[in-house]
Design a binder for this molecule. Structure first.
Ligand code: FCB
Length: 451
């Protein structure tokens, strides 16, 4: 580790990072600061979702959607993806090497129930092996039941708009709970309901490609009901088995900032946006969470534009801000803000996703260190944060962006399926293994540190 980081301080790598200027400013004398140590038992993990990494998800709505021209920006299809379905052992070796003591993944509904009411025992066995293989490596398992992809038959029946949708989802959830509860440590019912609704029924970028705010609202309410019912049955199932398996959904949190600091319209707009976007689903499912799952990627500097109804009346501005490969603003203090804001619910919090698209890994080490530092400060400030899952362990199929968004701590060569840990892999490894942030790592934020 030291060698690896060292090269970048003194070698050619420093220029590539844009960190060369550090050598021009007067350096502080060698000094030692206290490391930022996280609470004992803190969970350090990485996350993936089935469709994005497994490959061969033929019975899902995305499989068909990807093949229709114009749906995926770079024209790719998920295809074999990372072949994680077959290579999970190798991938979990990497997670173990990272020093992870937990891992988040999703179970693919379209595999478990490829036809309405027909459950596939081989797929259950597959996921049992997957989860056992994590536990064998000493990792806790956080399992998402539904991460955006639907079985094709369910989509054909109208998806979440069908009146039978909640019953069908809970039938699947109950089946999985019965079969796999003994190898699951945390349940996530639904991943990012707001993002799903926005993409699938607002912008229409995801299947079923609808742009209709009334239909969006209906699906949103239905997802809230699906969560509540799934929560009830997952709790009952665990109780019956004499286990305590906490249940939550993963909430994509956006931190908002007014574009024009003098504008009352912008300031009021962000209050409403914060409620609708970050807290409405929480309110609709109040009492049905054992913890809070936060996925943090977005800081929006927003301008209220009354004429832009189709865009929910706002524009996001990123000029003069640092952005990721996908143009998402990088704003580390946002994670602190998100954690403090969600602390109001007085529940344990897990960061269930956080990461950045950075193909050359240039911005990932610095972002990672800055985020973890903000998480540390949030804990100091009273937030009950119990774990952090980095998105993602591997590069993967980034929905409508295809394979162009590279989020992995491990790079994937999609031609050969070769896995190569990026530099940020070793930065995160240092964090996980030491259960915190050694002061030395602050160098990635441009802080002068001598080794
Ligand atoms: C989140 C999704 C995840 C991944 C990341 C980059 O919104 O949950 O599947 O696409 O964004």
């Amino acid at each position: 580790m030291a060698d690896l980081l060292d090269q970048h301080d003194h070698g050619a790598g420093a220029d590539e990072d844009g960190l060369a200027y550090l050598h021009e400013v007067p350096q502080a004398r060698p000094h030692i600061h206290e490391p930022r140590v996280f609470p004992e038992g803190f969970l350090w993990g990485a996350a993936t979702s089935a469709h994005q990494v497994e490959g061969g998800n033929r019975n899902s709505d995305w499989w068909r959607w990807e093949r229709q021209p114009g749906h995926i920006y770079d024209g790719s299809v998920s295809g074999e993806a990372c072949d994680h379905y077959c290579r999970y052992e190798e991938d979990f070796d990497l997670a173990a090497e990272l020093g992870n003591n937990a891992h988040r993944l999703s179970i693919e509904w379209a595999r478990i129930e490829p036809e309405d009411g027909r459950f596939d025992p081989d797929e259950v066995l597959h996921y049992r092996r997957v989860l056992e293989s994590l536990r064998k490596r000493g990792m806790k398992t956080m399992v998402t039941l539904w991460h955006f992809t639907l079985p094709q038959w369910f989509a054909d029946q109208g998806g979440w708009e069908s009146r039978r949708a909640v019953a069908k989802f809970t039938r699947y959830a109950a089946f999985v709970a019965r079969e796999l509860s003994d190898v699951v440590d945390f349940w996530i019912t639904i991943n990012e309901p707001t993002i799903y609704c926005g993409q699938s029924y607002g912008s229409g970028a995801w299947p079923p490609g609808v742009r209709n705010q009334f239909r969006l609202a209906r699906v949103f309410l239905r997802l809230a009901r699906a969560h509540r019912e799934a929560y009830r049955l997952l709790r009952a199932e665990a109780k019956g088995a004499g286990r305590d398996i906490p249940v939550a959904f993963a909430n994509n949190i956006v931190t908002f900032e007014p574009y024009r600091s003098y504008s009352l319209a912008d300031a009021n707009f962000i209050r409403i946006a914060d409620f609708l976007y970050n807290r409405l689903f929480m309110s609709l499912t109040r009492g049905y969470h054992d913890f809070i799952g936060i996925n943090y990627y977005f800081h929006y500097r927003v301008k209220y534009v009354p004429t832009k109804m189709s865009q929910f009346f706002f524009e996001v501005h990123t000029e003069n801000r640092e952005v990721s490969d996908l143009g998402w603003e990088i704003h580390a203090p946002g994670i602190f803000e998100a954690l403090m804001s969600m602390s109001r619910y007085k529940l344990p919090i897990y960061i269930t996703e956080n990461g950045i698209a950075s193909a050359d890994d240039g911005k990932r080490p610095r972002s990672l260190v800055s985020w973890i530092k903000e998480v540390y400060h949030a804990i100091q400030a009273g937030a009950d944060v119990r774990g952090y899952f980095h998105w993602a362990l591997l590069d993967n199929f980034e929905w409508e962006k295809g394979f162009s968004g590279r989020f992995g701590l491990v790079a994937i060569d999609y031609q050969t399926q070769k896995r190569t840990p990026r530099r940020s892999f070793f930065v995160y490894q240092d964090i996980c293994r030491t259960n915190g942030l050694r002061h030395d790592l602050l160098r990635f934020m441009g802080h002068g540190v001598r080794w």
